[in-house]
Write a protein that binds this ligand. Structure first.
Ligand code: GCU
Length: 846
């Protein structure tokens, strides 16, 4: 007993990096009591080491050994099945039947599906194919690792055949590694020095994680693709990646650069109807399949954001997609053709009817039915670009004779870049469960992409994951719930986000009720919380869309060439997307949905500003005005984010220290950055509208002392742009690159007592400044500005909403008349920028 307790303590103390994600197979507290109910042997019906069935067998034996501390032997047989007790049989239905197994009573399975029959220590894991067997093995292990040893028998089939991950990895750009566009977990696990990495251990580990959630293919390179993907050395390297993926049933795909034949200097055209171009693509495709016989297919971003495409030659998007589809057909490959097509050159906000949201349906107009059968149109969930809330893309309703897949962003580009906790499935469900009412019939998006609604055989899910070399994969332990949930939802979109999350928590941490409740409640609140302090009522994430897509900058949301607009002026805000008076976007939906959005009174509050341009004083269905809702939501969101660190702190002794500390660091950062967001947005709209906050909070900060109002020596005031990301619009910076600046103040009007001292400053990526806080010359805290390295969000070289941040020193005893001083030591060209300090009585947030 004592030993058991000691072991428990030792286990908790072991540092966990996160590398194993949810596949830790951690020892269960009750492990030994379950030994008699467990198998002792795994019988694998395929002895080829690279086969997924072989992987499944090894994984089961390893998992049982690790979860229960009980040895489980593995044997291989492609013939006779011995009638052993306590055996897990692992194979395909076909292998099982030809080994003499009885398949009566096992329901017919679909591709990739499996049959799992657990009868005490006798277990059957039988897949429709090799991959399905591996999925069944992972499902069995997931049950065991969660302490579930019940007797069950069921078949499980995926909802859709396409369950792909997209990685936006570049061949170069991340030091010696390839960079990852919109990746916040470090550089590429696939590429280095312009070619495929020699060590592909991480690629194999990634395939293992993905197989465990039913993912069957990965497109390994950026949609903004490079023609060198199709050169012989890279294709040879891709073969090596495919080889390490194969034992996990994960197929490899690549993104194509449409103009490759020309860019490689092999042809002088890339016209998709040109005979030489057609031959070129057939030839290259043959070369790929020679190396990778199970190659999954191509992903194509064409005529979008500077990428060339068929429209360059006045050919249709269908003619462009079919070029690749025909080259892939002999091999059974698929073209994922992206619907993210728009013309950023010709959008002009001074035209009331210009609207990027209209682009996809317009560009694909009339093409339904013209695509080859192995083309799948990959559609982002909303009509613009992965915003904190968007209506469902209407294109799903228009593709009835064409397969479609939904593109979801697992990487949190516009949703806090893994530095803010945002559990995404509740957002994804708003789209998957949305009923398009095509022909006034039930038409859920999940039914459309699975192929069921319009009788398509292809379709499904593409998740932009963008993991990197960081041991946590995504840069944040908690963000991994999004990757996990993506796979689970792609397999079964009817699942409840909270129950998926709880499986993930038990597997990633443990089953302690406090751990389970705390992470569940924080995660389930996290998307509404983030939406509250970023962009409300369908206005989109009010971030800086011209730069990092991270911190606040609502001004950048107008007069930009990207067509992401709010049309905010002194009196009113929102895009008028009605048919009667606006851009007409609402009319792209089937009639029953169109009529709902056309009318203000039937448009849900959370999409009001997406569809309508209204005065700030417009009343919502909730009864509140638009502007007061903005103020209240921003305060509520930031207030809730303040609770995350202390809620997490209740888990201190319940999970390992490394992950505890790393998560706490991020949640504390988020709490501070949420205040930056809150104030930047509220100040901006208050300044624009002149409508005061009914609660008197906006621009009224009784606990703050502005740095520029302190006694400065070696520091000088600096007018910040955008003004609204600094308190009072002004910060202070050191007067030279080499000398220390000080800002001091006498706390003469304070009541003596205990306070939290919060310091708001800017941590740019151009240096590692050092700040020290003194109370009466006694050091009470110091830090170095290197969070751009530790946090991994898009770095900023400026004093702006991305670099703005806060550090808090809790429980400081302060006497009336004490002198508070901050000394900032610049580094390189980073001038130790300082915004303000807040002296906060217990429980106050400002
Ligand atoms: C967004 C993102 C880009 C990406 C593009 C796409 O605009 O910011 O980095 O290339 O989407 O999905 O193609």
């Amino acid at each position: 007993m004592l030993l058991g307790i000691l072991f428990g303590l030792v286990n908790l103390a072991v540092a966990e990096t996160g590398l194993n994600g949810w596949l830790r197979y951690a020892r269960l507290p009750s492990a030994e009591t379950l030994h008699s109910e467990l198998p002792v042997h795994v019988l694998v019906l395929n002895s080829t080491e690279t086969s997924p069935v072989y992987t499944a067998g090894s994984e089961v034996a390893q998992g049982i050994g690790s979860i229960f501390g009980k040895k489980c032997s593995v044997g291989y047989s492609s013939g006779y099945i011995p009638p052993d007790n306590a055996t897990v049989i692992v194979g395909t239905i076909k292998q099982y039947a030809s080994s003499g197994g009885l398949i009566n009573g096992i329901p017919e399975l679909e591709a990739d599906g499996f049959w799992l029959n657990i009868s005490g220590s006798e277990v059957q894991i039988l897949g429709q194919n090799e991959r399905g067997t591996l999925y069944g093995a992972f499902e069995y292990l997931s049950l065991l690792a969660q302490g579930n040893t019940s007797q069950i028998a069921y078949a499980s089939n995926p909802d859709a055949p396409i369950r792909w991950i997209n990685q936006w990895d570049n061949l170069q750009g991340g030091g010696t590694h390839g960079s990852v566009e919109r990746g916040y977990g470090g550089p590429s696990i696939f590429f280095e020095n312009g070619t495929v990495k020699s060590n592909l251990t991480r690629a194999a580990q990634y395939a293992r994680l993905l197989a465990s959630i039913g993912i069957n293919a990965v497109v390994v390179n950026n949609v903004n693709a490079n023609e060198s993907m199709l050169t012989a050395p890279i294709m040879d390297g891709l073969k090596r990646i495919a080889d390490v993926f194969r034992p996990y049933g994960v197929q490899l795909g690549i993104s194509l650069y449409f103009a490759s034949p020309q860019a490689l200097g092999e042809l002088d055209t890339f016209d998709p109807l040109d005979g030489a171009v057609i031959e070129w693509w057939h030839n290259r495709t043959d070369q790929i399949y020679k190396r990778i016989p199970d190659f999954a297919g191509y992903l194509v971003k064409a005529n979008s954001e500077g990428q060339p495409g068929p429209l360059t030659y006045n050919r249709t998007l269908a003619e462009g997609a079919n070029l690749f589809a025909r080259a892939l057909q002999p091999y059974g490959g698929v073209v994922m053709f992206r619907a993210f097509v728009y013309d950023s050159q010709n959008l002009n906000e001074s035209y009331w009817k210009d609207d990027r949201a209209n682009a996809a349906v317009q560009f694909f107009n009339g093409l339904d039915g013209q695509f080859e059968d192995n083309v799948v149109i990959q559609v982002k969930y909303g009509p613009i670009d992965f915003q904190v809330r968007e209506p469902t893309s209407p294109l799903f309703a228009h593709l009835q004779q064409t397969s479609s897949a939904i593109e979801l962003e697992i990487t949190q580009e516009y949703l806090g870049q893994q530095c803010h906790l945002v559990y995404l499935p509740p957002l994804w469900k708003t789209v998957l469960d949305f009923d398009m009412r095509v022909d006034s019939q039930p038409s859920l998006v999940r039914g459309i992409v699975s192929g069921q609604r319009f009788n398509r055989t292809l379709g499904g899910y593409a998740g932009v994951a963008n993991v990197g070399t960081n041991q946590t994969w995504l840069g944040s332990h908690l963000a991994m719930s999004n990757l996990y949930a993506f796979g689970r939802l792609a397999w079964n979109p009817r699942l409840d986000p909270a129950s998926i999350l709880q499986d993930w928590i038990r597997l990633t941490f443990n089953s302690d009720p406090t751990v389970l409740d705390t992470i569940t409640s924080m995660s389930m609140e996290s998307w509404p919380t983030y939406e509250n302090y970023t962009g409300n009522l369908g206005i989109q994430t009010l971030t800086d869309i011209l730069y990092a897509h991270y911190g606040p900058n609502p001004a950048s949301q107008d007069n930009n060439p990207w067509g992401q607009w709010t049309r905010a002026d002194a009196n009113s805000i929102g895009m008028d997307r009605t048919v009667w008076n606006g851009t007409g976007f609402a009319g792209q939906y089937p009639p029953q949905v169109a009529v709902m959005y056309e009318n203000i009174s039937t448009t849900p509050d959370d999409l009001l500003l997406w569809f309508h341009h209204v005065p700030y004083t417009q009343h919502l269905q909730s009864g509140q005005t638009v502007i007061q809702h903005f103020y209240d939501a921003h305060y509520a969101g930031a207030a809730n984010a303040q609770t995350f660190p202390s809620r997490w702190a209740t888990l201190k002794s319940k999970i390992d220290d490394q992950r505890y500390e790393e998560v706490l660091f991020r949640l504390t950062y988020q709490a501070g950055h949420s205040i930056v967001w809150r104030d930047a947005i509220n100040n901006f709209y208050f300044n624009l509208s002149n409508v005061p906050d009914q609660a008197g909070r906006v621009e009224n900060h009784p606990y703050r002392i502005e740095a520029e109002s302190m006694d400065l020596s070696g520091y000088t005031p600096y007018t910040v742009s955008p003004w609204n990301v600094a308190s009072g619009g002004v910060a202070v910076v050191t007067t030279s690159n080499t000398t220390v600046g000080t800002a001091s103040t006498t706390l003469s009007s304070i009541t003596s007592g205990t306070y939290d001292v919060a310091v708001n400053y800017f941590d740019m990526a151009i240096g590692r400044s050092h700040w020290q806080v003194y109370l009466n010359d006694q050091l009470i805290g110091q830090w170095i500005g290197d969070s751009d390295l530790t946090l991994g969000h898009s770095p900023s070289n400026y004093i702006d909403g991305h670099s703005a941040t806060r550090i808090t020193f809790p429980g400081i005893q302060i006497q009336k008349g004490d002198v508070l001083k901050i000394a900032g030591t610049p580094d390189g060209i980073e001038p130790a920028p300082l915004d303000y300090i807040s002296i906060l009585p217990e429980g106050v947030v400002d």
